[in-house]
Structures are given as C-alpha cells and as structure tokens.
Design a protein around this ligand. Structure first.
Ligand SMILES: NC(=O)CC[C@H](N)C(=O)O
Length: 395
C-alpha cells in the first residue's frame, strides 16, 4: 500500500500487518516497536483521552480524522489511573503531519507527549485506505516500528506480526487494574477551574477496576459518591464489606471471556445481592457473561465519539463515545435479561438490564450524551436506583 507521504522520503516508521502488508510513514513519538491489533477511531478530537484509555491496551489506533495533535497535550486529559504504568494504546497512526500545538490548555506538543508515554506513532499514512482495509478484512494484528535511521528488518517484523495470536483469548483486565484499593473523590472538570472534589459524598460506590477511565469515576463523584476503587480480583465478600450503595463494573481491555475465575463468578454473586449495579463496556460484557450470556469478537469494532445508539427504554437515539472490539450476543441472553440499547450502525447489542432488578449496563461511554438535561443520564439512572434502593431498605 502506498503512503500519503509527500515529498517521498525515506520512511522512519512502518506498520507491518500480519498478512505481510507494509505501510510506510514518518515516525513520531517513541522509537521502538509495538505489537497490537489495529483499529480505526472516528473521533474528531479527544486523542489524548483515546490513547490513554486502558481499554486500548495491545491496540494501535488509526485516526480517521486527518489532523490530529493541533491542541497539543496536557496532564489533565489522561484517562488511565496510574500514569506511570501508561496502560492504553501502544501505537498511533495519523494522516497529516502533527503541527505545532495551539490551545490555551496545551502544555506541550503531541510528539513529545507520545515519546514520554512510550507510544510508537507514524504520520503521513493514507488512513482512508487503511480504514477501508479494516472495514473489508477486519482488525489486523500488526507491528508498528519507528527508527530515526530508517533501518528496519522488514522480514522479522512480518514474522512478529504473523506470529502474534491476537486479542481473542487474551486476559488483560487484571493487569490494567489498580493493584490496591483507593478512594476517589475528584469531581468533573469545570471550565476555568479544573477538576473539583466532592467533600460530602452521599453514597458509597464500589468500582471494580478492570482498567477504568478517570472521567467515569469523576462523573460518579460528581453525582455525590465516594468511590472506592478495588482491584479486578477482589472477592465479593471484600466488596460487600464496604457496604456499598452501588457497585460499578468498569471498562477495560482484552477479551471478556478470557477473564476466567476472577471477574464473572464475583459479578454473578454480587448481582444476587440486590445492590444496584451498573457496568460500562468491559463491565457490560462481563455482566452479560455473569448472567449467562455470550460474547464474541467483532469484525471492525466500534471506536469513536460519534456513534449513534438507540435506547429502547426512552426511544431516544444518542450520539455516544465507544470503544469495543467484543460484543454481547443478544440471542444468548436469558429470559430474565432484556436488551435496552443497540448500535444504529449495525444493530450490535449496546445495553441490557435485568428485569425487575436494579442491574444494568451499556457498551458505550455515556459522558458523550448530548444536551445538558440528558448528559450523564445513565449515571442519573444509576443514582436514582441507588436512591430508591436506600428508600426501600429504610422502609
Ligand atoms: N472499552 C472497553 O471496555 C472495551 C471492552 C473490550 N476490551 C472490547 O474491546 O470490547
């Protein structure tokens, strides 16, 4: 495949796909090699949040929007919990050369930030052609390599890409999660003021961390919760010891069905406790598994901040932020579970709830819900359930 590079110069970075396709570009970010699955993201911006979303572990993101990097990078727009671990996308691919940053929140350029974070990237790639290829053939395994001297052992890179077994069957959640319990009180970002903090929380939420995003935790804090983050492998007993008003199942990387014994049995037990429970993304998939459903690998996945999803419970279509390469098979859900959301692109399942119980989950990140009255309405739904549950307990 030809690169969109002009004028032609010696490539300093390569994307080598498992089928032997070699795509050339200009290296930026970290030098070195990274192995991962290539997916395309259709967001127009939010590139820093995307690249630091732990759910992108072992993935290389190609951005369909041509001009990425123009608002630079800062320390506030990072989504992974432990920045030093840098769990998130391992590689990035851009159409245009990254230009000098121009934004009042910028603390530096994207190139330097990628370098510091260890993300290998290349620009000058025909990302339309790459996206068309992914749509046609599915998300390929690949190696992304960057060397300033432009000297590559292409055959070795091809072998590496071909030999990697990929994301199916790969458990990444427990390693993406925080190793120790921690209490979260930071609230949502306020323009000109930064992140607030919640001083007098009304509720305790235990968030099971499978690779959570900071902003989801902030939104729950903004709704009046003291959020206790617990590692992915925490037992149901240790979770219930916190006497939570609600339990949150986070997003996270890897194959949900590969999490084995630490997630699904615990969620199954917690779902019987009667405590309101809400899952997002990997949390949605794990809840589906705990309820007796099945998950499957998608062909091209959903990755972007502009995806239409229909909520059957309100009849509304919302434009949401999504990042998933696995999906719940709705036909696998038992009678006691109902499908609440679908993607309007392809009809994929995007939400479920347990009939008659305060347990529900979605495949998308609701922080992108439109309109002030609608924004975060899924969190409002969760907190309403918590409020009602408390009322019922007190009565
Ligand atoms: N955003 C997520 O939590 C992703 C879930 C899962 N790893 C997937 O790719 O489908």
């Amino acid at each position: 495949m030809s690169s969109a590079n002009w004028p032609q110069r010696k490539p300093t970075a390569l994307l080598v796909l498992a089928d032997g396709t070699v795509i050339e570009g200009d290296g930026i970010g970290a030098e070195g090699e990274a192995l991962g699955e290539v997916c395309f993201n259709t967001s127009l911006t939010g590139y820093q949040e995307i690249l630091t979303d732990p759910s992108y572990a072992k993935q290389i993101v190609t951005f369909t929007f041509p001009h990425i990097g123009n608002v630079g990078a800062n320390d506030e727009d990072v989504e992974d919990l432990v920045p030093d671990n840098a769990i998130g996308a391992v590689g990035a691919i851009f159409r245009a050369e990254v230009s000098a940053p121009s934004n009042y929140r910028s603390a530096g350029g994207l190139d330097a930030w990628l370098k510091k974070r260890g993300v290998v990237a290349l620009s000058g790639v025909d990302t339309r052609a790459l996206t068309a290829l992914i749509r046609e053939k599915g998300m390929p395994n690949a190696v992304i390599a960057h060397r300033a001297d432009g000297v590559f052992d292409v055959e070795a890179l091809k072998r590496k890409a071909a030999e990697w077994t990929g994301l199916v069957g790969l458990d990444l959640a427990k390693d993406a999660a925080t190793p120790a319990e921690e209490v979260w009180t930071e609230g949502p970002w306020v323009w000109n003021a930064g992140y607030g903090s919640h001083s007098e929380p009304n509720y305790t939420i235990v968030a099971i961390d499978y690779g959570a995003k900071r902003n989801i935790l902030r939104l729950m804090s903004g709704h009046g919760a003291r959020v206790v983050i617990v590692p992915a492998t925490t037992s149901a007993d240790d979770i219930l010891k916190h006497q939570p008003d609600g339990i949150f199942l986070s997003n996270g990387p890897g194959d949900p069905a590969a999490t084995g014994e630490y997630a699904v049995p615990v969620i199954r037990e917690l779902a019987k406790s009667g405590i309101p429970m809400f899952g997002i993304c990997l949390g949605h998939q794990l809840l589906a598994l705990a309820l007796g459903g099945r998950t499957e690998k998608m062909h091209q996945g959903h990755h972007g901040a502009n995806h239409p999803v229909k909520d059957f419970t309100t009849g509304k279509v919302e434009i949401v932020s999504m990042n998933h390469g696995f999906a719940v098979d709705p036909a696998s859900l038992p009678e006691s579970v109902e499908q609440t959301h679908i993607s309007l692109f392809d009809g994929t399942n995007c939400g479920l709830r347990v009939k008659g119980a305060p347990v529900f989950s979605v495949q998308h990140h609701p922080e992108a819900s439109p309109g002030p009255q609608d924004s975060h309405y899924l969190f409002q739904r969760f907190f309403q359930m918590i409020h009602d549950h408390r009322g019922a307990k007190a009565a």
